[in-house]
Design a protein around this ligand. Structure first.
Ligand code: HDE
Length: 686
């Protein structure tokens, strides 16, 4: 016996020395476990015994840990927070959460990419899911939105085709988490209705700087219904208080390697450090008269309503202030549904929305394995709920008492819950005449005008990015006929766009595609659609990467980090090693990142604080030269010490680097950070 005990693993020994307040390890049944290092054997070198219930239970559970990932939006990240109403709107809706100023409603949000699998990288060029659950006093209301206000298709019956085409091809199982392949562009080029959305996904909107810096949209037209039963149409917007910001495609490619969890980490870091991201809920409210006069059908989810036509009214704010306790229990098991609405909110006949209402419940059953997924804490309402639904796998809220049906004649508490004809959910009694048909309304037929409007609303830099994205994506398409078909659509959007893309691909322009309706070229530019025309007001929430090495000026470093913190910017020290770096005054500091692990693509703003020897030492390192060269090439603002100039020259920066590169001997750190609010010097990019 003595011999067997002495063969225990070291973890077992550690465990036993960890104190009296540590809970006892038990099986799921609560039986205390004496040895978690060794299976029960017949002799130390003999066969394992079937009666080892602890081993059997442990492996059994492990083997069943995975549940199916979401068929789309598999990779996601969630956080808790609250919604605060600051402009009550009883005239528009009887929804309880909008009745009282200052009312706080608990919220859970899950951000996601669409196409990639659960383990894919964050900076894929993709739409981002922006799913918000509001636990209102009259039930859960889910706004299951995206960071782009329009969608690829007009009818839910095309959704499986769209997703099949976008995800990896079924024979080769690649490419993963990207649309740069034949199947996607084959499908898209046969679906002119997708062209508006394609403009958005080829724009910088599809490579956000992080979840905190993106807008959210309900996409569909919904309804708000007030206590008198009067209805208005409404589009939902989430406007980030941090501002909208994206990375560039060359950065995205690098970030995916350097930190595939870039977006997750960003949200985690911000919330854990108390820098809570906020979005304002904006409404575009309009009535039938506007809907009738608008150039497009408000039920068509491939179209938006320009904010210049119907301004966005802000009615409250969403604050995310708490990470989940357990990723699986909350973020993975949250089951959003477009069908989760509350009295005062209603659907419209948008065929995409109607299809979604059918789809989400179904997918949750498959994913979570039981119709009782609403019993999971993340899915259960936080208001009282009573119904007669019972049993099923894993039932946790079980009705008590005799009645499990109604009507019943038991009366009182014994009879169970009763309907509320007065204040229960009422659907708007909308009339919908017409024959039963499989048809698309003619009012959905204009596929290019808003795509063109999006393109002409962008700055020149953003237009260039759209062209670059199209060239990149289509250059991965092996079948020339597909590329040609896409060019024929681009010609209907804008000749400059088509010509520049054709040139980038080295192809001739074909004839334009035959549009179902003539393109309306008179739609004016909508500045609200551009990111760069709506620049952030402050640098708060961003990251400043500071490249240092032994001998770096202690005073300059102190004033730069101080100024950064004042501006709400997080300074991150990047050094040749993560251990001690000795500064000019002999003091030491620790770097947060080693240079090759913390490339400058991970930061919004850059600083280089090295002395002459440091410049020489870093100049000999490829990773350090790349750090500097990338910050420069990506148009970032760069602060530097005078001695850093030798390193900058070795990294290939010109002697007179021009705007956005500032020597801290001549500019204060605070002034540098104010200038850097502009984020980029775009003229510098090739
Ligand atoms: Fe979804 N979508 N979707 N979708 N969607 C899903 O539900 C679906 C659409 C969106 O973080 C699935 O729980 C259909 C538009 C988000 O958990 C599934 C159609 C918009 C999320 C589904 C659409 C969205 C989903 C897969 C065409 C923006 C992630 C897993 C009519 C307004 C929610 C799941 C989360 C997830 C179906 C189109 C947003 C299969 C049939 C348009 C943010 O049910």
């Amino acid at each position: 016996m003595a011999r067997e005990t002495s063969r225990r693993g070291s973890a077992g020994e550690l465990h036993q020395t960890s104190g009296n307040d540590v809970p006892r390890l038990t099986t799921q049944q609560g039986t205390p476990v004496s040895d978690d290092q060794n299976t029960l054997r017949q002799g130390p070198r003999g066969p394992a015994l079937m009666e080892d219930f602890h081993f059997r239970e442990k492996l059994f559970h492990f083997e069943h840990e995975r549940i199916p990932e979401r068929v789309v939006h598999a990779r996601g990240y969630g956080a808790h927070g609250y919604f605060e109403t600051y402009d009550p709107i009883p005239e528009l809706t009887r929804a309880d959460l909008f009745q009282r100023k200052g009312e706080k409603t608990p919220a859970f949000v899950r951000f996601s990419t669409v196409a990639g699998n659960k383990g894919s990288a964050d900076l894929a060029r993709d739409v981002r899911g922006f799913a918000v659950r509001l636990y209102t006093k009259e039930g859960n209301w889910d706004i299951v939105g995206n960071n782009i206000p329009v969608f690829f298709i007009q009818d839910a019956i095309k959704f499986p085709d769209l997703i099949h085409a976008a995800k990896q091809a079924p024979d080769r199982a690649f490419p993963q988490a990207q649309t740069a392949h034949d199947n996607f562009w084959d499908f898209i080029s046969l679906m002119p209705e997708a062209m508006n959305m394609v403009m958005w996904t080829m724009s910088d909107r599809a490579i956000p700087r992080s979840f905190r810096f993106m807008e959210g949209f309900g996409v569909h037209t919904f309804r708000m219904v007030n206590a008198e039963g009067k209805s208005h149409f409404v589009k939902f917007h989430w406007k980030p208080k941090q501002g909208v910001q994206s990375v560039t495609w060359p950065e995205a490619l690098r970030i995916n390697g350097a930190d595939p969890d870039f977006h997750r980490r960003d949200l985690w870091d911000a919330i854990q450090s108390g820098d809570y991201p906020e979005w304002e809920l904006g409404l575009q409210v309009f009535d039938d008269d506007f809907a009738d006069s608008f150039d497009f059908d408000v039920l068509d989810a491939t179209k938006l309503i320009p904010e210049e036509l119907v301004p966005v009214r802000k009615v409250g704010r969403l604050v995310l202030d708490r990470m989940v306790d357990n990723f699986f229990a909350e973020t993975e098991q949250v089951a959003f549904q477009t069908g989760n609405i509350v009295p005062g909110i209603d659907f419209t006949n948008d065929p995409l929305l109607q299809g979604r209402n059918f789809s989400y419940l179904d997918t949750q059953l498959k994913r979570l394995g039981s119709p009782n997924f609403a019993h999971l804490p993340i899915n259960a309402p936080k208001c009282p709920f009573h119904h007669f639904q019972q049993d099923g796998h894993m039932a946790m809220h079980n009705p008590t008492g005799r009645a499990n049906y109604e009507p019943n004649s038991w009366g009182g508490a014994e009879g169970g819950p009763r309907e509320s004809p007065e204040d229960g959910f009422q659907s708007l009694p909308e009339e919908n005449p017409g024959p039963k048909v499989r048809a698309r309304s003619e009012t959905f037929a204009d596929h290019y005008s808003q795509a063109r409007q999006f393109y002409i609303s962008q700055t020149e830099v953003e237009q260039r990015h759209i062209v670059d994205a199209l060239v990149f994506e289509l250059s991965k398409v092996e079948t020339p006929a597909i590329r040609t078909r896409m060019l024929s659509h681009l010609l209907n959007i804008h000749t400059d766009l088509a010509e520049a893309t054709a040139e980038g691909l080295g192809m001739e322009l074909p004839e334009p595609a035959e549009p179902a309706l003539p393109v309306n070229e008179s739609l004016p530019a909508s500045p609200a659609l551009s990111i760069l025309k709506n620049a952030p007001e402050s640098l708060a929430g961003r990251k400043l990467g500071i490249l240092i090495s032994d001998g770096a000026d202690a005073e300059a470093l102190a004033s730069l980090t101080e100024a950064a913190k004042e501006a709400g910017v997080t300074p991150v020290l990047v050094g040749p090693r993560v251990g001690s770096v000795t500064l000019s005054d002999g003091s030491t500091t620790e770097a947060d990142e080693k240079i090759d692990g913390g490339p400058s693509v991970l930061f919004d703003v850059a600083a280089i604080l090295v002395d002459g020897d440091g410049a020489k030492a870093l100049g000999a390192m490829h990773a350090a030269r790349t750090w500097v060269a990338d910050a420069w090439a990506h148009g970032k603002f760069i602060a530097h010490s005078t001695d850093a100039e030798a390193l900058m020259t070795r990294a290939g920066m010109p002697e007179d680097p021009g705007e956005g590169v500032m020597c801290l001997d001549h500019t204060s750190a605070a002034d540098f950070l104010i200038a850097a609010t502009a984020l980029r010097i775009w003229d510098r990019a090739p």
